[in-house]
Design a protein around this ligand. Structure first.
Ligand SMILES: [Zn+2]
Ligand SMILES: [Zn+2]
Ligand SMILES: [Zn+2]
Length: 351
C-alpha cells in the first residue's frame, strides 16, 4: 500500500516500520473484509495525492500513449511493447510499420486495420488472421496468402469468398471488387458493426471505450438486453459472510451469495476457497464481473489529454530557477487529483 517509493522496505501507506511491527500491521489489514476495505480506501486517498509520471513508458522514444515498453516512433499506443513506427495500437507486441491494430503480436509488419493477428504482413481490414500475407477482409484464416473476403481457410492462396482462382484471375477480380466497394464507400472501412455476433456491452470494447445503450445503438452496435446470471436467489446475506477466512466453513461453497454492488448471484468454488485460505484473504463480497471492473478502474482510460508538467521544484536540472514547462499527452485528465510530472522531473523527484 505504498506509492512514490524506491528502495523502501517494511512500509505501509508510506510509513516505515520495524520488521515485526510491519508484519503485525500487515496481518491486521489482511485479517478481515472490513480492514481490507478500509485499507483500500486509505490507499486510494494516498494515491490520489501522489506524483505520477505522465505516461507509463519505459525505453520509449517519440511516442504518445500509455503502458508502453520499448516503443519507437508512434502515436496513441496502449499496452504496447517492442513496436517500431506503429500508430493507433492497443495490445500489441513485437510489431512494426503498422496502424490501427488491436491484439497484434509477433513480428507483424505493414498491416492496417486488423484485430487479432499473429505474424504475417500486408494484411488489411480483418479479424483473427494468423501467419498470413496479403489477406484482406478475412476472418479466422491461417497460414495463407492472397485472400480476399475469406473465412476459416488454412494453407490456401488466391481465394475470394473461399473460392480459389488462378493468380492473374484473382488479382483482376479483386481489383474489380475493390473498385465496386470504393464506389459505394465501403472499401477501406472495417467490417460493419452489424456483423458482430455480440452486443457492445458484452465485449472488451465497453471496458476500454465505455458507451451507454443509446450511444452504442446509434453507432450501429448491437446491445445485449438480457442479463446473464440470476438475482435474488441468495441463500446467505452479505452480513452473514464471515469476515475472517479462518472462520469461513467449507460449506460456504454450497451457499449462493449476492454481489453488494449489482446484486447478481455468485458462488465460491472449492478451488477459490483454497486459494483465499492460502493467501489469507477473506471471501469477496462482489461477483466476478464487479471485481473485474474494480481492477479495470485502477487503470487509466485509453484517452489522451494535453498536459503540462506540474513540477514547481526550482532545483531540478531541466528547469533550474523556474517551474517546468514540459508539455505532453497524458491519460491523466485535468480534473484528477494526481500531480503529473514529466519524465525528467519524475525521475529526479521519485528516484
Ligand atoms: Zn456485481
Ligand atoms: Zn517537468
Ligand atoms: Zn521538475
Amino acid at each position: 500500500l505504498c506509492t512514490n517509493g524506491r528502495h523502501m522496505s517494511y512500509s505501509i501507506l508510506n510509513i516505515k516500520y520495524d520488521k515485526e511491527t510491519f508484519e503485525q500491521k500487515k496481518r491486521e489489514i489482511l485479517a478481515s473484509h472490513e480492514s481490507i476495505e478500509q485499507a483500500k480506501k486509505q490507499f486510494e486517498e494516498l494515491k490520489s495525492q501522489s506524483i505520477v509520471k505522465y505516461a507509463r513508458q519505459t525505453k520509449c522514444h517519440n511516442v504518445t500513449g500509455d503502458y508502453m515498453f520499448n516503443c519507437y516512433d508512434g502515436i496513441r499506443l496502449f499496452d504496447t511493447s517492442d513496436s517500431k513506427n506503429c500508430s493507433y495500437m492497443a495490445d500489441a507486441m513485437d510489431v512494426k510499420d503498422s496502424m490501427d491494430c488491436n491484439n497484434f503480436y509477433i513480428k507483424c509488419e505493414f498491416e492496417y486495420d486488423m484485430m487479432g493477428v499473429l505474424g504475417g504482413s500486408k494484411n488489411k481490414h480483418g479479424v483473427y488472421v494468423m501467419w498470413c500475407n496479403n489477406a484482406e477482409y478475412c476472418d479466422s484464416c491461417y497460414n495463407s496468402n492472397d485472400l480476399f473476403g475469406c473465412i476459416r481457410l488454412n494453407k490456401e492462396s488466391y481465394s475470394i469468398l473461399n473460392k480459389k482462382y488462378e493468380k492473374e484471375e484473382y488479382l483482376k477480380l479483386k481489383e474489380q471488387i475493390i473498385e465496386s466497394m470504393k464506389s459505394d464507400g465501403t472499401y477501406g472501412q472495417f467490417f460493419p458493426p452489424e456483423l458482430s455476433p455480440f452486443g457492445y456491452n458484452e465485449t472488451l470494447a465497453k471496458e476500454y471505450t465505455p458507451m451507454n445503450r443509446e450511444e452504442a445503438l446509434a453507432r450501429g452496435y448491437h446491445w445485449q438486453e438480457k442479463n446473464t446470471g440470476t438475482f435474488g436467489k441468495e441463500t446467505m446475506s452479505e452480513e452473514n459472510i464471515p469476515s475472517f477466512i479462518e472462520k469461513t466453513p467449507d460449506t460456504i461453497t454450497s451457499e449462493i451469495l449476492a454481489c453488494n454492488e449489482c446484486g447478481k448471484n455468485y458462488k465460491i468454488t472449492q478451488a477459490e476457497l483454497d486459494f483465499y485460505k492460502r493467501l489469507n484473504i477473506p471471501i469477496p463480497h462482489k461477483d466476478f464481473e464487479c471485481r473485474h471492473q474494480d481492477r479495470m478502474g485502477k487503470r487509466n482510460p485509453r484517452k489522451l489529454y494535453d498536459g503540462q508538467c506540474m513540477c514547481q521544484t526550482e532545483n531540478h536540472i531541466n528547469h533550474e530557477g523556474s517551474k517546468c514547462s514540459e508539455i505532453f499527452k497524458t491519460t491523466y485528465s485535468p480534473d484528477r487529483g494526481e500531480t503529473v510530472y514529466c519524465e525528467s522531473c519524475y525521475q529526479q523527484e521519485v528516484a
